[in-house]
Write a protein that binds this ligand. Structure first.
Ligand code: GLU
Length: 444
């Protein structure tokens, strides 16, 4: 058995961070087991599905490094659903129902008013041929429900939630097809999971009750069901399901300077008992991936945590990995000098401006000016070929008795215009003798 997972988004919008997490876990689980990860475009809703969203889904997965081993789409498979649906009808497992939305709503309200669960009463199942014909004659087209088998207990051992049990009698027969002939997602998904030989369905816990009905559909179609992992949902930092999470997607992260590795490292681990760690290479994340380590409490997504993780990822990225995104002229030495001070790669441009100049003159105190005049003279005499920063500060320390902050800060301010920044020993050779002398002279 080849482990096969699928990520099954509906192309009705862009992927949000919760979707990205589901995709990631499907990919990781497949990779951890030498299996296959498939992308399935759930576009049965033709009115709401758009090609531009299909493209952005593919691009978002590519950005994260999640390359599918295959892609399918539901709109190409309507014939297949039709054929399998005909089997259900022939076996009496799908039946036509004629209630209007208002009638169904009324039934629900009556039950709720009596304190009863709003389970569909199966009135349509009791219709005679003549009654059905009468509805059809009125011009009413039926929608179709899947008939749950009330005698077949619904049980599965969920990879995240543990043993699950549903009593089919307490559930409504789900509508699988609308009166206009279009499909709801439930049934096509089962047909696809069978045909694509899906072994593990990994999705959010909002699908748990869908799974209960889908398990009976697998049985009705004569197939063994896949294993299921229903993950606790993602919540914002405040611990609530936030609207904001629903709108955070790859565009936002890219614009905020987040690297895909940071998002992968975070989404791989939040909600699990493993610590969030700045892995640039997903291999260790994949190797340790195990649904048994997922908790049932919602996973907290914290943008501040992501930003911190991102900085730790950036600090590890090699020059070759980032060269194309750096300003012209930045060398591998420069990248290594600047890198430890970056929260994002884009910030490299700020430090590169400091290296190349011109810099904004800093606020220097009057008592530092004679010291900087002396620094300018010293800088003209030292050997610039080896380690000019230590040569300069060593000579000035001996000559002036200054040390620590009193020695270093005025130099840093004069040479970079800033109080903080990358290691001066690395930065000064990049600034170079001429520019350094000019900056010190300007500051004295
Ligand atoms: N298209 C469904 C959704 O977006 C897929 C759920 C599933 O993974 O089966 O929720």
């Amino acid at each position: 058995m080849t482990v096969t997972t699928r990520f099954a988004p509906s192309p009705t919008g862009t992927l949000h961070v919760g979707n990205l997490r589901t995709a990631l876990h499907n990919w990781m689980f497949a990779r951890a087991h030498g299996g296959r990860f498939l992308l399935r475009i759930d576009d049965t809703d033709r009115a709401r599905s758009e090609e531009r969203h299909v493209e952005s889904i593919r691009a978002d997965l590519a950005w994260l490094g999640l390359v599918p081993d295959g892609e399918g789409r539901q709109s190409a498979r309507f014939d297949r659903y039709e054929a399998r649906f005909a089997e259900l009808v022939a076996a009496g497992r799908a039946y036509p129902a004629y209630e209007t939305a208002q009638e169904l709503d009324l039934k629900r309200k009556v039950l709720l008013g009596r304190g009863l669960p709003p389970v569909y009463d199966r009135a349509a199942l009791a219709l005679s041929d003549a009654e059905r014909a009468a509805f059809e004659a009125e011009g009413r087209a039926p929608h179709w429900r899947f008939r749950l088998d009330h005698d077949l207990p619904i049980e599965w051992d969920d990879l995240v939630r543990g043993p699950q049990r549903f009593e089919p009698k307490t559930m409504s027969d789900p509508v699988i097809r609308r009166a206009d002939g279009s499909w709801l997602y439930l049934f096509p998904s089962v047909v696809d999971d069978i045909d694509m030989a899906i072994t593990h369905v990994v999705r959010g816990e909002d699908h748990v009750s869908n799974t209960a009905t889908q398990l009976q559909m697998f049985a009705a179609l004569g197939s063994n069901p896949p294993a299921f992992a229903h993950e606790a949902l993602l919540v914002g930092n405040e611990g609530k399901l936030s609207k904001r999470l629903g709108s955070l997607g790859v565009d936002h992260f890219r614009q905020s300077g987040i690297e895909p590795q940071a998002l992968v490292a975070l989404l791989a681990r939040i909600g699990t008992s493993d610590p969030v760690e700045p892995h640039v290479d997903p291999a260790p994340l994949i190797a340790g991936f195990d649904f048994a380590r997922f908790g049932r409490a919602p996973a907290r997504f914290d943008e501040a945590e992501l930003a911190q993780l991102n900085a730790r990822i950036v600090h590890q990225l090699g020059f070759d990995a980032v060269a194309q995104r750096l300003p012209d002229g930045v060398t591998s030495e420069a990248w290594e000098a600047i890198r430890p001070n970056l929260a994002s790669i884009a910030e490299a441009a700020d430090w590169w401006r400091v290296v190349e100049g011109p810099i904004e003159p800093a606020d220097l105190s009057p008592e530092d000016r004679p010291f900087l005049a002396q620094a300018a003279e010293t800088a003209a005499q030292i050997d610039w070929s080896a380690d000019p920063w230590h040569a300069l500060t060593g000579a000035l320390k001996g000559a002036t008795g200054r040390k620590g902050k009193a020695l270093f800060l005025p130099l840093r301010l004069a040479l970079t215009g800033r109080e903080h920044g990358p290691d001066m020993a690395r930065l000064l050779p990049l600034i170079g003798r001429d520019a350094a002398l000019a900056r010190l002279q300007a500051a004295r």
